[in-house]
Ligand binder design. Sequence first.
Ligand code: 5AD
Ligand code: SF4
Length: 439
Amino acid sequence: MKSFYIETFGCQMNVHDSEKVIGTLERRGLEQVTTPDAADLVLFNTCSIRDKAEQKVFQRLSENKRSKGKIFGVLGCVAQQEGERIFEKAPHVNLVVGSASYPKLGELLVQIEQGERRVTGLSLDSDDTFETPMTRRDNPHRAYITIIEGCDKSCAYCVVPYTRGHERSRTSESVLAEARELASKGYSEIQLLGQNVNSYRDPSPMGWNFAQLLEAVGRVEGIRRVRFTTSHPRDFGKDIVDAMDRTETLCNMVHLPVQSGSTNVLRAMQRQYTREQYMERIEWLKASKRDIALSTDIIVGFPGETEEDFAQTLRLLDEVEYDSIFSFKYSVRPNTPAQGMGDQIPDEEKGRRLIVLQERQRAIQIRRNTALVGTEQEVLVEGFNSTTGQWIGRTSQNRVLNFTVGQQKARDEMIGRYLPVRVTRAGPNSLAGECAIAV
Ligand code: 5AD
Ligand code: SF4
């Protein structure tokens, strides 16, 4: 095996897992190539959060059929969920590995090299986290750091506790060492990752909680921005908001998935909080002296969701005024507590609710973005759009702010810089402006 190709589906955890897998393979002397045709080892790092995501993987597998000597591997959440059934559905697959078994990836590859046809890594009882001496990061300025893997919650709709195993936190020392190393390599933005970052518990004698770790990462020299995702409302303490108030590098944004605005639906979803408890956390965030942008995830059409339940979700959008939302139609998943409830809300009705929700939110976003016209925002420059002639920046609140500069510049003079930009126009999903200084 000399070369590999990897394709990634799903969330940021998966994106970062792939970065670690790439590092592991490169360390073994394999070279990454950009097409499956050119590779000896073809990997799909998969997502099973909704049925559609899962179907995509099987479609990609059928498009890339067996060819002599080529090894096919399925990693990630579909691997964990379907296990050996994948060999039946796609017989050309040789390797099936869930994320809890990635620390064993090296050994599994040796078995393949020794000629084994079918190799699996599906154990969920590992206490290990996936730490490698080498991680291949694509972005030279922004880096992910995993602080906690797995999930101990049991939201009724969700495959994650089943596909990623139980919670394992890294020591604060190892997280901080990685943050310092990244800073020394020139990274200025860090995103702390975990299925539920605020359940973080330092396993070392320090015994830090999430707020303590967050603040310490925010104080690492050379780090200018720290984000974290994702948070569970039940474990979201006021100490996190206090840490944000004290630490300027912690970005002005919190993603706090609500899923539904109805306490009845939240109970059926086993979310472990009520609408009122959720709103209390939103009040803490709004009372902060920082201007914290809020985003959320919402599922429409969970079994039993009535018109009135849905109306409560719409009212919650109006009350919170999120800066952005991710919204989904409920999808029945195997092995989840809600599986037995079936899929009671017809697909057309779910589709209708989704459109109503998204239209309501669009109006809120236009209003919130328009309120920023005339302000100055600091952006991290991420890229250049040659079609529009604008640079692409991201604000602390995670808004995309496209902007122009007085004099045209080369990409490497601009990307990775922090610049003040005056906002001149606003749309539902982005802002436009002009750089406020001569660069
Ligand atoms: N159906 C629809 N959406 C889901 N999510 C998780 N499981 C499901 C499901 N079965 C959504 C939740 C979660 C986000 C990552 O995906 O909103 O926060
Ligand atoms: Fe998809 Fe969830 Fe797995 Fe991420 S953790 S890849 S969102 S199923």
